[in-house]
Design a protein around this ligand. Structure first.
Ligand code: ADP
Length: 275
């Protein structure tokens, strides 16, 4: 069969295809690069505690074999390092699971106040150890949100845990729930977690939710951080069709605010949105 080319059009469409391919390749390259960086970072994060563990195991098998004091000290360090690896693996698994269903919004209803209460209860001891008070404030009536209980629990826990980690001893971490929006804009529930810590310089804010991005990596590690907490929060909030904003004053503290859409069959009274 003979193919008759469409002259003018053929050229135009070849050009268009070429440009599209070029864009696609750039996007593919970028995402390949991001994936490679992620694997390299994750491997590096795992390799450090693993090397420490191997080192101590060798010492315990050799020079420290008959030294009970050294054995106790080394076992404590090995326990901490294994904990660090376990946290990292758990966070990596959470992240990959959330990424898989990020495009399928949740269908259930979740009670934000109940989730906030359990997150505060779970972290109260950790806060008390540094004389930090966790203060939860919420209106009497708060609508349900569209959400997955377990994932929203993770959002609260990660934000409150960070506030505790990065705030000063003897201060307050405030968790404030409220109804926002109303007659004109979409009704939402806002969840604000505010601390009185050192704050975050403006230059870091846009990159804070990237995986493994930390303002001070050594400090984050010393506090038991994996560098994945806010990336997990971001993906969960995206899946819930919500929004997150970060406000911070260096030297004064930071406020992380998450907005979540109210479940469709919830009728918000005008009064609720004014509270
Ligand atoms: P990490 O495990 O390091 O805490 P996250 O992803 O939770 O990882 O947070 C990324 C970085 O953002 C932290 O390392 C820290 O530098 C900064 N950060 C997060 N929350 C706060 C906060 N409440 N105050 C100050 N810095 C914070």
């Amino acid at each position: 069969a003979r193919v008759t080319p469409y002259r003018g059009q053929g050229r135009k469409s070849t050009g268009t295809v070429a440009i599209l391919t070029f864009h696609d390749m750039t996007a593919i390259k970028r995402s390949e690069q991001m994936r490679a960086d992620f694997v390299a970072n994750a491997s590096h994060e795992l390799r450090t505690p693993l090397a420490t563990l191997l080192g101590f195991i060798e010492t315990l098998r050799g020079p420290a074999r008959d030294d009970p004091d050294a054995r106790d000290r080394f076992l404590t360090i090995m326990h901490d390092q294994s904990g660090r690896m376990a946290r990292l693996v758990n966070d990596l698994l959470s992240l990959s699971k959330i990424e898989l269903d990020e495009h399928t919004p949740p269908t259930g209803r979740a009670n934000p106040l109940m989730i906030a209460r359990s997150a505060v209860a779970a972290l109260e001891l950790k806060a008390a150890a540094r004389k930090i008070r966790l203060v939860l404030t919420a209106p009497e009536r708060l609508p349900a949100v569209i959400g997955d209980d377990d994932q929203l629990a993770q959002v609260f826990q990660n934000l409150i845990d960070n506030a505790i980690k990065y705030t000063r001893d003897n201060t307050e971490v405030r968790v404030t729930l409220a109804s926002t929006g109303g007659r004109r804009s979409k009704p939402m529930v806002s969840i604000a977690v505010a601390d009185c810590g050192e704050g975050i310089a403006r230059t870091h804010l846009p990159r804070l939710t990237e995986r493994f991005y930390r303002v001070d990596p050594a400090r984050s590690r010393a506090l038991g951080g994996t560098g994945l907490g806010l990336a997990i929060v971001k993906h969960i909030v995206n899946r819930h069709r919500g929004q997150m904003t970060i406000e911070s004053d260096v030297g004064k503290g930071s406020t992380f605010t998450v907005l979540l859409p109210v479940a469709a069959d919830e009728t918000l009274e005008a009064d609720d949105s004014l509270r």
